[in-house]
Unconditional design. Structure first.
Length: 185
């Protein structure tokens, strides 16, 4: 099942917000019962541990349910045997992305491995939609393998920017419309 990362982000935001609200309410309820003046303050241990157990099961369930819907999990889990359609090599040095072409044209549905190499500092490599929401990102460390496998599902223009602090010049590490995703065959 192909799921766009914006859908995953929205779903996880909703699920984890509700989960955190439930946890905060339980902790608040316990605190209120413990500080309540008079006889009968406190919460019965069986009731408290039932709520904690329920929250634990709910939290683990959220992770298991979203495991197969997060688009970047599958390629990383099977990295050793992952077959890609294309490898794009990008170099980064002196606070500048050096692309193989001015605009990278990728077909929708094409599985691409971005190999990014740093010549000097630690940078970030992030791909962003026109509304500036992030598609994916990774840290680029000099002297290490830095790659990410991605399959774009939606045609459009995407920008590249550094997502890691690399000094004051790092703020200028942005290439608008660096990637064009076109309809696949």
């Amino acid at each position: 099942m192909k799921v766009d990362s914006t859908v995953v982000l929205w779903g996880q935001t909703l699920a984890y917000t509700l989960y955190c609200i439930a946890m905060i309410l339980v902790v608040g309820w316990v605190a209120w019962k413990l500080t309540k003046p008079g006889k009968g303050g406190g919460v019965k241990p069986a009731l408290f541990f039932t709520f904690v157990g329920l929250l634990t099961v709910l939290g683990v369930s959220l992770h298991l349910i979203t495991l197969k819907t997060i688009p970047w999990v599958e390629p990383d889990l099977h990295r050793a045997t992952a077959q890609v359609d294309r490898v794009i090599e990008i170099k980064v040095a002196n606070h500048e992305f050096i692309l193989p072409q001015a605009r990278l044209v990728i077909k929708a549905g094409e599985k691409v491995r971005f190999d990014v190499t740093s010549g000097d500092l630690t940078y970030g490599f992030g791909v962003f939609r026109p509304d500036n929401s992030m598609v994916f990102q990774m840290q680029v460390v000099p002297g290490h393998r830095n790659d990410v496998i991605w399959e774009f599902n939606k045609p459009g223009l995407y920008s590249i920017r550094s997502t890691e602090y690399s000094g004051p010049k790092g703020v200028g590490m942005f290439i608008a419309d660096a990637i064009e995703v076109v309809e696949g065959n």
